[in-house]
Design a protein around this ligand. Structure first.
Ligand SMILES: [Fe+2]
Length: 310
């Protein structure tokens, strides 16, 4: 089973901006970059957790899921059985991702998923500015919230194929936000969530959780001083209890910077439904910026899906 979000990669024309946005605003540490200019960020002792590759458009390039070594082949078999073509990464790709072994496939909405184990450590984490550090460990990097064209297909894929567990649902903003956690007794309330928008696919936000409430306040000050667009003011979500704000990154998706998210013990977890995304706060600008990592989704025809020629 998937244990957590291990790493995430984006492509963006604004990749260079992350050299300052990452360390100076978020408090991340710059890791060794790629030969092509790729910027990699650390938020803990792992070699890196967030990569921004040079690209012509802002895109979610890949989601890196951590699996237990003993589950690696099991997960590949499950994904193959669901009809997806899985490629095993070679040593070069595993080295690039700083993992022992990985395999990848393109999921139902054209997004690339990577299954890996053996996330490599580097030197002790040194934050890019004074702050208390990020909540990672067995909870992984944070959570990702995706925009998906069809809820039923997303639920089938993420729950039935990848093995995510149901956390809860928020009915708000004219849609149904669905939240999923990883199996375990102390899992992040959600490592993944989906926002259905018919006909569209994209990246809504990446959440990073910090160890101290003051870190949220300091980051908010920095963002306001630098006049970086705030997409949601400080607020608290009703389901994961996260106290957070959302900032627009240089690459068109949002980053939720939060503190105090709750953990789930899957043995005792009770499903719930909510009718608002926030208990208080989380106010959007009067003229909201549309996310840039959002594009129309064209479902494959049945012949393309099966690889059959007509
Ligand atoms: Fe979030």
């Amino acid at each position: 089973m998937i244990r957590n979000l291990s790493y995430i990669g984006f492509a963006s024309p604004a990749y260079e901006e992350w050299r300052t946005f990452g360390p100076e605003v978020l408090g991340a540490e710059l890791a060794a970059g790629g030969d092509d200019g790729t910027v990699r960020l650390r938020v803990d002792d792992a070699a890196w957790r967030v990569a921004i590759h040079p690209g012509e458009a802002d895109e979610l390039a890949y989601l890196g899921w951590d699996v237990a070594p003993a589950d690696f082949d099991v997960m590949i078999t499950r994904v193959q059985a669901a009809g997806f073509s899985v490629q095993r990464g070679d040593a070069s790709l595993a080295g690039d991702r700083a993992v022992a072994e990985l395999a990848w496939f393109v999921g139902p909405f054209g997004l690339r998923h990577e299954l890996s184990h053996g996330c490599q450590s580097g030197a002790p984490f040194a934050p890019g500015r004074a702050m208390s550090g990020f909540v990672t460990g067995e909870q992984g990097l944070g959570h990702a919230v995706l925009i998906v064209p069809e809820l039923a297909a997303a639920e089938e894929f993420f729950i039935e194929v990848l093995g995510f567990k149901d956390s809860d649902t928020i009915h708000a903003m004219g849609t149904h936000l669905r939240f999923f956690h990883c199996a375990g007794t102390a899992a992040r309330h959600h490592t993944l969530a989906v926002v259905p928008i018919p006909g569209m696919v994209g990246m809504h936000h990446l959440m990073l959780e910090v160890n101290a409430l003051d870190d949220v306040g300091h980051a908010l000050d920095l963002i306001n001083e630098r006049e970086i667009p705030l997409m949601m003011t400080l607020g608290r979500h009703p389901n994961d209890r996260m106290l957070s704000f959302y900032v627009r990154t240089p690459s068109g998706f949002d980053l939720e910077y939060g503190y105090g998210g709750r953990l789930i013990d899957d043995r005792t977890w009770q499903l719930a439904e909510f009718d608002a995304i926030s208990e208080w706060g989380h106010k959007s600008p009067a003229v909201p910026l549309l996310p840039a990592v959002l594009r129309p989704f064209q479902p494959a025809t049945s012949s393309e899906a099966t690889g059959a020629s007509t």
